[in-house]
Structure formats: C-alpha cells, structure tokens
Design a protein around this ligand. Sequence first.
Ligand SMILES: [Zn+2]
Length: 988
Amino acid sequence: MKLPYIGILLLLVFGCCWITSDAAPKSQRASSSCGYASCTPSKPGVINVHVVPHTHDDVGWLKTVDQYYYGSKTGYQRAGVQYIIDSVIKELVKDPARRFIYVEMAFFSQWWQEQTEEKKAVVKQLVEEGRLEFINGGWCMNDEAGTHYNDIIDQMTWGMRFLNDTFGECGRPRIGWQIDPFGHSREQASIFASMGFDGVFFGRIDWVDRSQRKANKEMEMIWHTSNSPGEQSSIFTGIFYEHYSAPDGFCFDVVCRDEPFIDNPKSADYNVVKKVNDLVAHIKAKALSYATRNIMLTMGDDFNYMSADMNFKNMDKMIRYTNELGNGVNLFYSTPSCYVKAINDEAGSRPWPTKTDDFFPYSNDPHAYWTGYFTSRPAYKGTVRKANTFLQAQHHDAVAGTEKEHVSQDYRLRLHDSVVDCQQDVSNSFSKMLPIGSQPLPQQEFCLHLNVSQCAITESSSRFTVTAYNPRSHEVTTYVRLPVTNGFYTVLDPDGSEMIIQLVPLVALQSIDAERPKSTATHELLFQAAKIPPLGHKTFYIIKTSTGRGQHSAIREKQQSTTVRRAKTGEKIAISNGKLLVNFDANGLIESIVVDGETVMMSQNLMWYAAMNEGNSNSIFDDRPSGAYIFRPNGTDATPIAMQATLIVQTGALVSEVHQKFSDWARQVVRVYKGQSDVEIEWTVGPIPVGDGIGKEIVSRVTTQIPSGGRFYTDSNGRQTLLRRRNFRPTWTLNVSEPVAGNYYPINSHIYVTDDEGNADTVVALVNDRSQGGTSLQDGQIELMVHRRLLYDDHFGVGEPLNEPGDGPGLVVRGTHYLLVNPSLAGIHPISLIRPLAQQMFMRPWLSFSSTSLSFTNWKNNFNMQKSGLRAPLPDNVHMLTLEPWRDGTHLLRLEHVYDIGEHSTLSEPVTLILDDLLADYTITSAVETTLGGNQWASEVSRLPWTTADDHQQPLKVSTKFQPVGKTSVTLLPMEIRTFIIQMTPND
Ligand SMILES: [Zn+2]
C-alpha cells in the first residue's frame, strides 16, 4: 500500500483498506504432486495439444462485482461466478485427468469463505494434485494502461497472499495470464518476472504485429522487461493464435450454440469424424505459427463453465476420439504452466526471439485503436489514483472506464466507502500515536472536497489544526490551500513560529458556486508546509480572528494579500515566482516561459477532436465510432475550444495565478508557486456540449519549437520511461491508418520531448495526476487527453456510449498537470528533473483536520506535532514502497531504486542501505528476502532457464535464481525493487 507509517497507524491504515484475513502460518512446504510434477508428459513425434479449460471472470463490466458473483441481472449478461466454481469443482472430482485454472481471487476468496470444511478439504486436495491450478492469482486481472505500478504490485500481492495463506506452496501462481487487457506494458511483465513467474500469456496485440509474428513463428519470445538488473527481469511471453476462446465449433458451454459430440454411430446426427477432422485442421494450421511441437488449446471464455458437466463431458470425448483417430496429434488436459514446462523441455538450448519494447497501442483492425480507454471516465480515474487503496479498481474494465455506467457508480460507491473507513481508522491511529499529555485527540477528518474548495472544519472553525502526513521517504515541502471565509488568520508551525500566509480569493471564473453548494468559503488560505518529515507528519495550528482591530496590523505583516484584477482585452500578462516567468499573449494564451533568463517560446491550449460517429461507412471495419474503448477522431486535427481566453490575474507573495476562461465549459488556472520550478495547470472541463450531435474528446496541447525528430518519451505504469517514435513500431511495419489514435500511448506519470540528436538541451514535459492518453503529433509538441463525451457505442461489448451524466447535464472534471520546461539541460538527463516532480504528484501529503478549543501551547503540550518514522531520510534514489503488517507479527518491507541506468550521474548508481538503521522507533532484527509478491523466499526461487539470441546474437541465459540479501545491508541496482519479510522490535 501507499502510506507506510511506523507503529499503530500502519496497522490501522492497512487494516481498513485490506480485507482482513487470518494470519495463517505461511507454508513453504513443497508438494511432490503439484506444480510441474503434476504435468502430463508430452509425447515425441506428434503435435502435443494442451487442452486448457478456463473461465474469464471480469470483476465488474456489464454487471457489478456482486451481480456477477451471485448471477443476478441476467438481462445484462447470463453470468454467475458462484455457480462456475461450484460446478467446476464437482467435475474435477469425477476424473483425476481433468484440469482447470482459476484467476480472479476477488471471486474465489468470496466463494471459499462460503464453503464447508469438507468442501474446503476436497478443493485443497485438487490443488495439491495440480488438478486445480491458480494462474495470475491477483485480486483481479488488472488493466495494464491505466494502472500505476504501485497498484499492480498491491493487487497481485493481495490475491497471492490469500492463495499462500489458504493453499501454501501449491497455491503459488507461476504464470501471468493477462488474456483480456487491451495492450500490454513492459512494467507489468517486469513485475511478473520479479514475482518469480516463468511466463505470461495474452490474447490482444496489434493485428498486424500478430500476423507478422504468425508468419515468422514468433508468437512466443523472451521479453526483456527492464534495462536492469539484466536477465533476471526477462520473461517467456506467449501470444494466443486468435483470442482466448475455444476454436470455432468447440464451445461446449451452456451459453454457446456449437454442436456437442454426438458419438452414437446409429444416430443420424453422428458427428465424431467431422468434429475431429475440423479440430485437427485447426491444430495443424495453428502449429505452423508456433516454434515447438506443443500447442495450447484454450477451452473457455467469459463466464464459461456455469454448467461444467457440459464442457467436461464434451472435452472428454474430444480428447478421446481425437487421440483414437490418430492424425499425428496428442490431446490431453493441461494448464498454462505445464505448457510452458513442455516447450521449455522441448526447446532446450535453442534460442528464442526477444522483445524489449511494449505492446501499446493495441488495434484489432485498421480503424479500431484501443486508445480511448486511456482517458475514459476521467473523474473516476482521478478518484482511483487518489484513493488507490481499493484493489478491485485496477480491473481491466474498472479503471479502464469501459464498464457500464451503473457498474461505474457501484465502483465509485465502494471507493468512497473505503475512503471513509480509512478516514476513521487514520483518526483512531493518530489518537493513539499523537497524544503526549492528558488530552484525547479530537476527531481527525479528511475533507474529501478540497478540490472544489469545500471543507466544513476550515470554513467554520475559529481554531483548527491541519496535519500533513508525508508518505515519501524524503522530506517534502508543499503548499497547502484551505477553503476559508474572509478574515484574519494566523498559522503556527510546530515551533510556534508564524508562517507567511496568503489569502487568495475564490474568483468566479474558477470556482462555480454550484459545484460546492454546502460551502461558505470566500477565500483559500495558502501557506507553505515546509520540511514535512519523511514517513511522518507535521501539524499546523490555525487561528481565525474576526474581531480585535488592534491585532490586525500585526497579523497583516504575515498575512499577504492577493491582488486581483481582470485583464483588459488585448493586454499581455505575465506572472512570475522569481524562478520562472510565464508570458501570456494578447489573446490570453501562454506565449513563452522564461527560465533562468532563457526564453522558451510555446503555446498551450485546450482543444477538441470531433469523434467519428456511427454510420460513417458501409464497411464493417470503416464504420467504427469513437467509444469507451476506441479513440477515433473524424480525420481532422483538434480545434481550439477558443482562440482567446478571458483572464483574471491574481498575484501575491506565495502564488501568482492566471485564471483563463475559454468557454462556459472550459477553464484553466495557470499557477506559479514561490520557489517551485514547474508551472501548475489546473484544468476544469465539462459538461462537454454535444447538442450538435458530435462527440468530443478534449486535449491539453503544448507546442514548442524543440526539434524532437519524431521522438517522444512516455512512462510505463509510472515507472520506466520508454522511447516512442511517431508513426513507427520498433519490431513490425506500421501502415498508418489512424494518424492520431495510432500514435496515442498510456500516460500514468509523464510525457516529454527533448532535442533529438546529441546533447539534449531543452525539455518540455507534462506530469499528470491520473492516467490519460497522450502523444506528440508534431515535433516539439505534447498533448494529453483530459475528457471525452461520446454519443455512440464502439461495438466492443459495453453496449453504451461513453456519455457520463455527472450531476445531470454532463460530467465536469478537474485535474492538474505540472508543466516542466528547462532550456539549459547541459548534460542532465531530462528524467532526473521529471522523476522528483512525478513522485511529488503521485505521493502528495494526506491532510487531516480537526477543530479545537485548546490554545496552541496546550495543543503542543498535549500532542506530538511533528515526527518522522525514519531514523534519517533515505538516499534520493531510494523509496520505501511498502511497509505493511504481514503475518505472525512480521511486516512486509519493499525498498526500490527509483532511477534507471544512465538517468543520472550519481543517482543511477547502485545504492546500499543498512536495514537496522532504517526506522526511528523500531530496530529491524531480521529480514528474509522474498519475491516481489511476498509469497516465496528468494533463496527458493527456481525459474525455468531460457536461451535467447539478443541483438548481437550472443546467447543469453535467463537467470533462474534471485540473489538473497546479506545480513543487514541491502544493495539496490537501478530500478530494482527488493522485498523482505522483517521482524522488528520497538526501541526503548
Ligand atoms: Zn475481461
């Protein structure tokens, strides 16, 4: 989880956000009959066909999670997960040859809790014999575009922890199974490798890439998923021939219409020979595209196996008759892990092809680029990022925004309830940790509507506290803005020193009263919360004085006013913070930014693409509207929402800002805070007007003169940075059929352009606060899509246009971009400037509030006002990713190196920490390293070995062992995450 904190707080924060489980002893015992030992051996001289029965159970899509589990609302979809697991278990018991894999622990763990001890014993035996195998094993099959690596690790860990607690070693997944997500990231594959997985499979890659791979027998490869730490991060990767469903004619499910095997020769409908011939033809065609004599036959689809007897009875016959009739194929029940073991055995030391980039963007025909979902449901994506503690939100039809509206509402409700629960637990935790005197700590509240300048405590209290909790491993300085009513304020830091504050009026252009009906705030109280301790908190004490005229002059010295004025038509405005100067042109748009005396000419504007509507062509491929999944503009470039903006300018000692109004539905605030080297752009968009019958997709576009040579850089799940080239794919030939949508990539953290050749001198970057789509369509240009409202369904199953109602007239969304410009890099890698900013955006301090009647002195005497959980800040290239309660009094600790090779002259070097010295109030007395998922000791990892031919045709061996930690010191290589189960004892 995101907010490690030492002591009780930690237990309670995580206790509320994670579903509690019995801390059963972790079993590390190996079973002789599960895992690879349970695999049916292949036969030499024939095509070995691994029949893999599976079901794909979305954790919400057309129905909510509960509707899917219980099988209600059949009008939306006939699907009930409880029946699937019930009936599969019954069928597995009947025949030891049968196999089944299960993937989504959100569902399986719920089913498990409802079973009798007898049934549980039966299932345990099936697992121990390898007849029921868990694959992937996360809480859900997470999306790979809109997810942050932190969330992926958490949701995988949580599911695998359930498996480990419940089934021990035999429940440990060995294979990634991302069969449905709409494109595949390098970071996801890197995470799987670090979890000790032996392979990953998926169904969706670009249709041209797939056809070229089929022709070249390159459907399977070794994916090098990281620049370091080398081959340990490589993983076998398999791509399905078509989709994850059964071959045409062989879906024997209750929801299918294919013919069963009719094997009475006297029946007029006898079809065994025909069916076997059809199947063998399919297998032989498929075998032409794969490198070994082993083939996987996926037998299942979405929510299949509700009546598993139908499936297994027919698969039994399919296997028996096909084998009896010969034809050079050998069918048997198998699992993906057994398939991987078989091809590993068969290939021996023969080298596999390799891959180093990723599988974005995905398109399944010339006009169906699945790049719209990078931005779909932007408000929900923002909520997921802010409250990234509720794990189901990472599902590939949840955070993706591709679920039905009623399902999205259910997710939002669950997220909200989860955050409210966390708020209470944080308050309870603080109430145990902070008191040092006799007074109980007042209730702490979060103020969840600060983004629309609404908070009951700060608006109505004459004395209140704000406590900032910093989840980062380094000291953080940030600005705090609190909605207040007009008056005189004093802000005291923990030493009792008066802070410089600025009272910023809430001007009409930015904050529409309708957005915050319960608010009485007229201003925002702004101050700099400096040096919040790493993994710690700092409390500020605030007094409002509305009477006592004599005091006001003294207060005024610290309370800086804000000058507010409306710009005249054609007037050129500039705002500055001492480091940066932002110039606006006569139309009210950004014209240039001056940094350290150097001017970078640029423009920034909100623009819209007209969405392709339905009925645009008679061809099935061409008639593809923009929808929840698909981004398809109608062929023209984006149009500015307005060529001119109305401006209000507010300047003061701490912040200066320009409020731009482009239209009734598009506004921005451009801010420069004192001391900061980036420009904050807060955008508010919506309700997007669609009365003209045209769907619209809104982007924020920054244009500069930087000669970027068609190159731009994007993050991979907020971690690695990948080079993108316009109209180009690194490993196959792209025929540009959608020049805009085909160049869109998922952005979870940053996108930038820099000079293309030699020493990069200038960089322009955008850092975002939620996942969005982004691109660079011209040299020197970057854009991020912020909102979309569409009028047609895109025919990929959701069955609704993406037309979010918001409060009725259409959704209004507000978000933030940091714009970073640096014209004098002088050898510095741009990413070394962007990473700290991205971390600041992702891990902003959590604020909690309370009213109080105590004086400052009384408060200080009763409560600890600042404290760090760390003995000292960690080195600048190290972040404590996780510290959470594990089992039997132990804790799970993850440390990560946050720089990649070559990104910084010193910070990209390996770094060594002494674990004993890490925590302020505890001494770590033992640490044993595990895989990234925390479900296997590093010393016990044994991955399958693979041989590759890299660019230089040097055979490489994929490493099969992790190197366990020394006694107390831990060395982190660039971009490495190391995971430990630790014991710690409190210091005196
Ligand atoms: Zn799915």
